[in-house]
Ligand binder design. Structure first.
Ligand SMILES: Cc1cc2nc3c(=O)[nH]c(=O)nc-3n(C[C@H](O)[C@H](O)[C@H](O)COP(=O)(O)O)c2cc1C
Length: 128
């Protein structure tokens, strides 16, 4: 791949992390995991409740950190699990706080039930 690439992602249960690592291996870019300051509950039902609450009230959770040299990347792969047919809130926090103008953005998502397409549509609405 031409230029420098970054694979940035949030993962709650590991699937998106696995895909992010595969992309990073293929592209030879850097890898950055978005970690919320307050971790999501480990129990699935609790996590889905919190995710829904945050999504419905447009909460942007605080992140432990952001990549320091974002401007140096030409391509940014951005990965999220599909949460409630859209992006997980930590990814929204990243998008809200980062200037990605002029970069090639490659969104990817993992999902559990076949609604991945709507997550990608939501993506395109946000970053397109
Ligand atoms: C809060 C929450 C909401 C979810 N909402 C959806 C959904 O709307 N559609 C879907 O197909 N999968 C949904 N899932 C399943 C995840 O998208 C799927 O398991 C994903 O691969 C998890 O990625 P991760 O292992 O990187 O966290 C949801 C999971 C969680 C925890």
């Amino acid at each position: 791949m031409e230029g420098k690439s970054l694979v940035i992602f949030f993962s709650w249960a590991g699937n998106t992390r696995t895909v992010a690592r595969l992309i990073q291996k293929e592209t030879g870019g850097d890898l950055f995991e978005l970690l919320p300051v307050k971790a999501y509950p480990r129990r699935y039902s609790k996590c889905t409740e919190q995710g829904k609450r945050e999504f419905q009230s447009s909460v942007l959770p605080e992140l432990q950190g952001l990549p320091s040299e974002l401007s140096s990347y030409d391509t940014v792969f951005v990965g999220t699990p599909n949460w409630w047919s859209t992006m997980a809130p930590p990814v929204l926090s990243f998008l809200a706080k980062s200037d990605l103008a002029g970069k090639r953005i490659v969104p990817f998502c993992t999902y559990g039930g076949g609604q991945g397409e709507s997550a990608v549509r939501a993506w395109l609405g946000r970053i397109g």
